[in-house]
Design a protein around this ligand. Sequence first.
Ligand code: NAD
Length: 541
Amino acid sequence: MLSKVVRKSVTARPLGLRFKSILQLSSTLTNYPKDHSVSEPYLTPSFVNNEFIKSDSKEWFDIHDPATNNIVSKVPQSTAAELEEAISAAEKAFPAWRDTSIIKRQGIAFKFVQLLRENMDRIASVIVLEQGKTFVDAQGDVTRGLQVAEAACNITNDLKGETLEVSTDMETKMIREPLGIVGSICPFNFPAMVPLWSLPLVLVTGNTAVIKPSERVPGAAMIICELAAKAGVPPGVINIVHGKHDTVNKIIEDPRIKALTFVGGDKAGKYIYEKGSALGKRVQANLGAKNHLVVLPDAPKQQFINALNGAAFGAAGQRCMAISVLVTVGKTKEWIQDIVKDASKLITGSGFDKSSDLGPLINPSSLERAEEIIEDSVKAGAELLLDGRGYRPSDPKFQKGNFLGPTILANVKPGMRAYDEEIFAPVLSIVNVDTIDEAIELINKNKYGNGVSLFTNSGPSAKYFEKHADVGQMGINVPIPVPLPMFGFTGSRGSFLGDLNFYGKSGILFYTKPKTITALWKSNNLDDEILKPSTSMPIQN
Ligand code: NAD
């Protein structure tokens, strides 16, 4: 069990009296799930004022282990009263947190980083259980979030303002101030990394937050909050609520929430961006993707094949930066059989099994949809070179899991579902073209612009590609070019809505607003010289 009731108390709540059952997470630094056996589904609590609280909700959603489809947990649709509690806790905590010195906030961030590192395997194990990815990949999920927290510790440099003596005895300084409460809405595929794209920056910039993890994988975010509280984050600064549309709508609509940070699919992202922006909120929304990898005939062949298969099938293709389209240029189409041969050696299985290269899909409907897209694309003329449908690991425990082995479709063309839709599964579509220009045209016509990769040994070809491919994150001989957090996550075109990207310098700008202060401290008291008020525009020379 991940959580258990430790005490009950009666407390006056803002929306009336109710029993508040305070829980604690029973996974610890050393005691956490190491396999798929869960005796009893645990109830995921919410996190408000640094307490884990059992929801009063009558509506609970089952969380299934994707490898077995056994129910491992339940997550509530937070009630209206619980949403109100979380938002008002964040509102009350804001003034004191904003005024907490930056050195103190930085100190808490350092401690938070240390705790995240210590608890890496504990968080990763919950990710394996709820999300399905392999343990090593789940450690990567935590690590990429941890790196954002590490970079956030540099806030004492990143938040420095600007000052200039603009005129005699007159100085203008520009500072950046926090916004207030930030609402963060997260997807299922990175249960630790995505909450950590926002949480550390919220903390160091002096904001407070109401976070809604994906209702399919809330466990990692719960541990992360426990660690934030242990690191010294005061009650109310970080709060977690749960649920689906009702929770998201409350976060969008409540006027106390000043900014929205969203990561997920196109439909929800567009809705949140449009509705949030119309209400005057600052919104950043990272959306879906279709990432191409272009290979030129001069590329190092085996290096390219290893990189491609890792990026296409790792995490069962459930990464927004997964490579889902291979574009073979010229005679590189002759390498396809070798790609298929190596991909067929990848092992699909339990995330807790060290020999697995990829785990199951998140749920049966994702599996069904991926299988349908494969079927439809074959009917439309694609050639099925590797078919992962119907794959089952040999262990009888996993017969009901959502497994799809690596699948490769060749002769794919725009207009086929395999090319047009984000499949979010271990399915690689191969498109053949004759020139780098045709490859670039294909990429630039695609509605998405998250990531792209080129494999070549030619500097001039790489430079040409850099200049002409219109995609936000580009890898040259790098298959998943997600920048480290000293840079931003720069998805573009159909993969991003907003003006300020996630983390990096743009992240700091997203969580803060500028203020200029112009001050005059006269070195001589010249009152006697001022004969009358000046009504002309001050030019300060
Ligand atoms: P999703 O859009 O289904 O869910 C994301 C969040 O939005 C969840 O918290 C969910 O509860 C909420 N939500 C879903 N539908 C909603 C609706 N109609 N109204 C209001 N809220 C809604 O996405 P997902 O399936 O959890 O995640 C996979 C998607 O996320 C993929 O498309 C993937 O490309 C994308 N993603 C993008 C990035 C990126 O950085 N570009 C990173 C990770 C995932």
